[in-house]
Design a protein around this ligand. Structure first.
Ligand code: NAD
Length: 268
């Protein structure tokens, strides 16, 4: 007689897993972060979005109409006092934190030739894109340890490949990848993973006053092996999986979501 199979370590469906779970999403009021917050809500969980842009945050709450499952807090991830207020506010409101998505960042990669790059501009990118990840992990970890939760850090395909004049951004994203595997080893059983988005078109996920029709050419789409550029739900699907117990044996990893762009041989 074969031994009986052990019972599944994870709930059978999102309907069982997500209700009552609380996920913090930084930079969650627009772009990729907004897409991730929407995916958590769609799965049945609750979200606290933290963002510098109060207009965008309020617009999300109106648009989602998710009642007490969604909250917005003004946040600057590069300021420790602001991060403490964000995490403290989420805990007061929901009493627990199950997931943290470190998405907030200065998404514009080009800062000009390194010989002309001001020290303050370098520090602004590193403090926001990388320092913000550190600060949010530092303050959310005690609650994540209690809930056996998970962290997803949004890096970039630019952590591994570059255009000219993008040193500060690339360094900040490479730092996130290294920080991710280091923290995965220190913080287990809390799981820590990173996602490298490629070209993600966020125009439709901006606040209403900045929402534009995307200006992409046919060639922009066609250069991707999958035939199109990405949209926030492409990243959100993986983020929600990595936060769920179905990813319970995955930590310290770095996943690329770029429609195959970084797998292309570049011989032209
Ligand atoms: P976005 O500019 O559309 O949205 C970013 C959001 O973060 C905005 O709402 C902004 O107000 C907020 N934010 C900025 N600085 C903040 C701070 N200090 N504290 C709190 N909130 C802050 O950007 P996006 O394109 O959605 O990018 C989101 C993340 O994904 C960034 O980390 C970016 O580097 C990364 N990324 C984006 C792409 C892409 O093609 N869009 C590709 C790779 C990586």
């Amino acid at each position: 007689m074969p031994a009986p199979r052990p019972s599944s370590p994870f709930p059978a469906s999102a309907a069982v897993e997500w209700p009552g779970r609380v996920v913090l999403v930084t930079g969650g009021a627009q772009g990729i972060g907004k897409g991730i917050a929407e995916a958590v809500l769609d799965a049945g969980g609750s979200v606290v979005i933290g963002d510098l842009d109060a207009e965008a945050g309020k617009a999300c709450l109106e648009e989602w109409n998710a009642g007490d499952r969604a909250a917005f807090v003004v946040l600057d991830v590069s300021k420790e006092a602001s991060v403490k207020r964000f995490v403290g506010g989420a805990l007061r409101r929901f009493g627990r934190i199950d997931g943290l998505v470190n998405n907030a960042g200065i998404a514009e990669a080009h800062t000009g030739p390194v010989e002309d790059l001001a020290w303050n501009e370098w520090k602004r990118r590193i403090d926001t894109n990388l320092g913000g990840v550190f600060l949010c992990c530092k303050h959310a970890l005690p609650a994540l340890k209690k809930s056996n939760g998970a962290i997803v850090n949004i890096a970039s395909s630019r952590a591994h490949q570059s255009e000219p004049d993008t040193e500060a951004y690339a360094a900040s994203k490479g730092g996130i990848v290294a920080f991710t595997h280091a923290l995965a080893i220190s913080a287990g059983p809390v799981r820590v993973n990173a996602i490298n988005p490629g070209w993600i078109v966020v125009d439709d996920w901006k606040k209403p006053s900045q929402r534009r029709k995307p200006k992409l050419s046919a060639a922009d789409h066609a250069q991707h092996p999958v035939g199109r550029a990405g949209v926030p739900p492409d990243v959100a699907a993986l983020a929600v999986f990595l936060l769920s117990s179905q990813a319970g044996f995955i930590t310290g990893e770095n996943f690329t979501v770029d429609g195959g762009m970084s797998r292309k041989m570049q011989y032209v």
